[in-house]
Design a protein. Sequence first.
Length: 428
Amino acid sequence: MHDAVRLFATIAIVVFVCVDATGQPRTPSAHQATKPLPKIGSVAPSNNAAALAAMLTGGGVTITNARYTGAAAAAGTFAGAQASIGIDSGVVLSTGKAANVVGPNVDTGWSTDNATPGDPALDALVAPYTTFDAALLEFDATPTADTLAVRFVFASEEYNEFVGSPFNDVIAIFVNGVNCANYGGRPVSVNTINAGVNPSLYIDNETGLRDTELDGMTVPLECVAAVTPGVPSRVRIAIADTSDAVWDAAVFLAAGGVRSPGGGPPTLSNLVKVIEYRHAEFDHYFMTAIPDEIAKLDSGFFAGWTRTGQAFNVFVSGTPDTFEVCRFFSTAFGLRSSHFYTPFAPECASLKEGSTWQFEGSVFNVKVPTDTGTCAADTRPLYRLYNNGMGGAPNHRYTTDYETFVIMQLLGWIPEGAGEGVIACVPV
């Protein structure tokens, strides 16, 4: 199903029509205009940033300089929601209308397109996809301790139909530019908390047992960030749709839920994003997760390289139960010399003994597939292809996109790895 959704997402970008896994347009249902009144709970739309931020102020924190960005109807306050979402009252930010988060659940794809932009910081989390209809509340929080916490619940209409797809609605809480909304080391999103990934943190609401319109949600979570006592920290809470502006998501922020200290250690991510580039003249591909290299490639410092639009997550070095990836650079093919990556210690050791490839270091971590190329539920296959020396120099391409994997074989590239050509398993 995920491969089909991936293909449909590509088509959606080209023709500006978004479709679901059956190929039908992802549009709001016709009966949405007759939404019943909620049985419990209430939402009061408001985009008054100072009032919203004041409601979030908890113990050990002073909040100032609040600002809201997004559609006016996308923000508000809620009350009487303990039984529905596990938080009684607070602030809600939505990718649609805040008022529409109330129950009962009468639709599997409730949606409002606010026609507002996404957010670059969220784009970076879901790359290569982009975000839409972002709603952001930001403020300065001066803590009394060395950690700052924010209590929240994330919910979305993308559950459960689009789990594992490009329609990966996302929420982030940036404290001084670092996202603390991570669980299991991964940013909170539809694809990282669901019935198959982090299931203990997920609540299914497709049958409407919870009195909210949204089809699925997390349990109440708390993100924790390291801060400096007495020094203002900039907090930026952001939510957005991913890949299209259809089907709503929301984040519920607990009243008094911004506090210091937090209830535990900082909730850090153990992921880093790999970006892929292509050199058109050489017909070569290159990937990197190193920020300095990415900046230089994007600026043209390394001439001839441009982004392909593909990217995927990997684990940071040192992540438990993962394997280091060795990176090598060939020295025998002049300007067409290229890089090679392997997660297998024997292959790494063998290349180190030769003179053709120069070892550059261990650059990130992955998991390895079974002998048949199968990956765990919280990871996806990374395919490796070899160009068979076409153009007079070896080159390898690494991709998580199955359609790309098939197309490259039609162009003469050879798959390498377990099963069909799975060289590693990388986080969703």
